[in-house]
Design a protein around this ligand. Sequence first.
Ligand code: ATP
Length: 601
Amino acid sequence: MPFRLLAETIDRLELVSSRTQMVTLLANLFKNTPPDVIDKVVYLISGSLWADWKGMPELGISEKLLIKALSLAYSVSERQVEDLVKSAGDLGKAAETLKSRSQGKVSLFAFTQSTTRELTVSEVYNTLVKIAQLQGEGSRDLKIRLTAGLLKDASPKEAKFIVRFIEGKLRAGVGDATIMDALAVVYGGGASARPIIERAYNLRSDLGEVAKILATQGLESLKGIKPEPGVPIRPMLAERHNDPREILAKAGGEALVEYKYDGERAQIHKVSNKVIIFSRRLENITSQYPDVVEMALSNINAEDAIVEGEIVTYNRDTGELLPFQELMHRKRKHDIHIAIKEYPVKVFLFDLLYLNGEDYTNKPILERRSALEKIIRETDDFMIAEYTRTSNPDELEKFFMQAISEGCEGVMVKALHKDSVYQAGARGWLWIKYKRDYKSEMIDTVDLVVVGAFYGKGRRGGKFGALLMAAYNQEKDVFETVCKVGSGFKDEDLDKLPDMLKPYIRSSKHPRVDAEIEADVWVDPVFVAEIIGAELTLSPIHTCARGILKPDAGISIRFPRFIMWRTDKRPEDATTSRELIEMYQRQLKKVTTKAPAEGEV
Ligand code: ATP
């Protein structure tokens, strides 16, 4: 196929003003594309050389090298190219102009010189792939020469396309949806083919491959496309809502409610004895998680399977889950072995998309879940996401608060009815995320009183790993629990704790302490510590201001961190429950456009 057809289409695409015109132009192009190169055409107009999840092609040609290639191709000095870039506006246009000028010169010798031969799509595509694959010594010069070779043979418009492609600056802005519309027009007879093409794309995440199957084997073949282990499936996404009653109504009554963990989404593919992990954006993140690879190999009891879950980092000493930002620190570490030690992870699985040759995406959620439960061997760090089933808004709210107090972002509410399939690549009401959307930073620190302590695990085994902290309720003269803090302590702080607390440890809760959770040891309210957290939140397990903002819930701090001891403060000088209520209400006002009505929080 002449490359000219593609370059001309791209050129026209830059000028059209409506999406319909784009689809028509692309459909014309596809009509003139032989089926065996349609994948290449689709990749090239998308500005790529293959599906994104295979890794973005690094052509490794900087602007400086492109200038060299242009100078070589058109026998002008680099200085002349630079001047032209300035006057023409960009490298693509400069290439177009230089080629037109050189053609002018050539035509003078037209009788003695052979005219430029016509480039084909395959030739351009294969050369670009070669350029992307060249590495190591001497590759720079070879890349320049290959580019110059292409430019020499290209027409002015083709030269512009090639330069812009190499720069990653194709202006056509053709999206996947536009390409699918055009494919449907040409190969499927119109709009009715569109959902079939889209489903195949959502299962294979490779529009070039889908186009090729469609063009060479027809629409019927696309219908039979199944997920393939090792090939990422575009993830199902959730709508958002924040009213428990309406959420359940939208889910169709009874729903599966799961913790919404605050980590990184992982699509884990087990292909025989190999594991590949894809991110939410379908990047291959396997090398970042050798620990998850091990877990998956040992605990997924299936030959081939695709499961989905959330990877969350946690505090090894206290077991508490840590927010996504902490996981980001792990991702930034260069030495993966150090990263694994500093930021251990747990995996919470919530779906099964494929199992031993069978496509599970078309099955209702309960079938997927029960099959998932059968193949997963649960361990301390590889397990099924915490869940409940309910049709009761109060129960949903309670579970939501429980999730928040355990370090999650909220809950995912999932429809249970017979049509509750896995909608790959789609955002819909089959999944509803119920998050705290009034997220805001807790700016002020608070001073809280130690009323209990918990033994640590792992490295902190036998020592205290976390403290139960309380605010002072002035009216009742009691200390009401707010949070369990295990982060922010230096090792020496923790080492000193047993001696420091020893004189104040008691066999049962101090009479002035109001607590619902059981500490490992109880402590007299003596020590005051300064604490910061991500935000104030409501919790069913803490007693601070319990019942005032919501029945059965108290105020808590999400992701609390110890800052320092306030030896200058008596316990009665600690932050009061009343102050925490006010802080919570300020936080709410800051993030909602209207202030909440009285009694409505
Ligand atoms: P979205 O993924 O919906 O575009 P986003 O990237 O901002 O939005 P969130 O709004 O936080 O993410 O919500 C969706 C994400 O929640 C999922 O992509 C997944 O990573 C995560 N998640 C955590 N727990 C679950 C669960 N139990 N079921 C499904 N997703 C979960």
